[in-house]
Design a protein around this ligand. Structure first.
Ligand SMILES: *Cc1c(COP(=O)(O)O)cnc(C)c1O
Length: 342
């Protein structure tokens, strides 16, 4: 059955929450997950002493559903989100939501909200937010006994409205992740403590913070919510290697695309602040934008300049190729595109 779309001006949507019709809910109690179900209720009632409220026991994921050139509604590599969430749960002493069930629940949510999936060519997508939190009461410091796993969907507009505009990063005096801490998992707590740094960056006129490794403060890590890639003068794609960087699915996909589709050399290695000026391009990568070019990095009075008007040449090739794969215009590697059966 062909469902009609919601009457929305897709291209003018921002990246914000819009309540959609259905969300997936599953509860963990007495040591096991229940069947899980779709709900029309967007509100949650939990104990005033829930683990999530007292000790921030929560983690999340983010991915998109969208319409490809041939009219399929698809998700990009949801199995990797399932796996990464399982890793986050293990680090936070939360019960793993089974990976196959995660992917199945994603399908259910997209299918139930199919009228909210923006059409091909609009640049908009249906953003999916899986998350889990400790729902039962704790007061002594320990993991909760009960948990809720949910996935909601919200339509979001094109990332680059009115064209691509390279952004400015600053190297902050704040750190994001401690060695052997939680930087490599998608924990809400990593974001809570980054809010002050981002508000401060915005107040000073910068778009984002480029965090350094907190042990030595000599190496580049990532921004608050995106990994970073650099292009060398001889067109190598370089990305920082560190145990405290969140393993971005977009970045891993881009490195594969660079090698297999564009024939470029790639390197995952420590990247020192001192060598930033030697790169010719720099970009952020993550689900929301795919790639967002960096025009300038400011490190305490030192200004490192890239192209401030346009996406760099190699960045653009990477962007066009990965977006083409996502949109069904370029043959994808096996298993990258999950079609939602309607
Ligand atoms: C989610 C996230 C990213 C981007 O990951 P994608 O899987 O590409 O969306 C990068 N850094 C941090 C800290 C994140 O939380």
């Amino acid at each position: 059955m062909l469902k009609t779309k919601k009457n929305i001006d897709w291209s003018s949507l921002s990246f914000g929450y819009v309540k959609t019709d259905f969300r997936y809910v599953s509860n963990y109690k007495d040591g096991k997950w229940d069947e899980g179900y779709l709900s029309r209720d967007s509100e949650i009632t939990i104990s005033e002493s829930a683990g999530v409220l007292q000790y921030a026991q929560t983690c999340f994921e983010g991915l998109k559903a969208y319409t490809t050139v041939d009219g399929n509604v698809v998700c990009f590599r949801p199995d990797l989100n399932a796996k990464r969430m399982a890793d986050s749960c293990r680090r936070l002493e939360m019960p793993v939501f089974p990976e196959e069930k995660f992917v199945e629940a994603i399908s259910q949510v997209v299918k139930a909200n199919i009228e909210w999936v923006p059409p091909y060519g609009s640049g908009a997508t249906l953003y999916l937010r899986p998350y889990m939190f400790g729902s039962s009461a704790v007061i002594g410091v320990k993991p909760a006994e009960e948990y809720q796993f949910r996935i909601f969907a919200t339509p979001v507009g094109p990332y680059f409205k009115g064209g691509v505009k390279p952004i400015t990063l600053r190297v902050p005096d704040f750190d994001r992740a401690a060695p052997r801490g939680t930087g490599h998992v998608k924990a809400g707590l990593n974001y809570a403590m980054s809010l002050h740094a981002i508000v401060d960056a915005h107040n000073q006129g910068y778009n984002e913070n480029m965090y350094l490794d907190s042990a030595t403060r000599t190496k580049v890590e990532e921004t608050g919510g995106a990994n970073i890639i650099f292009i060398t003068d001889d067109n190598k794609v370089v990305t920082p290697k560190s145990d405290t960087i969140l393993p971005s699915i977009t970045r891993r996909s881009l490195m594969y695309v660079a090698q297999k589709y564009l024939g470029l050399e790639t390197e995952e290695r420590p990247v020192f602040v001192d060598e930033l000026k030697e790169f010719k391009e720099c970009a952020l990568c993550g689900t929301a934008a795919v790639l967002s070019p960096v025009g300038e990095i400011v490190n305490h009075g030192e200004h490192i300049l890239f192209d401030k008007e346009n996406m760099g040449e190699i960045t653009k090739k990477l962007y066009d190729t990965l977006l083409g794969i996502q949109m069904g215009e370029i043959e994808p590697p096996e298993g990258w595109i999950k079609v939602i059966e309607q």
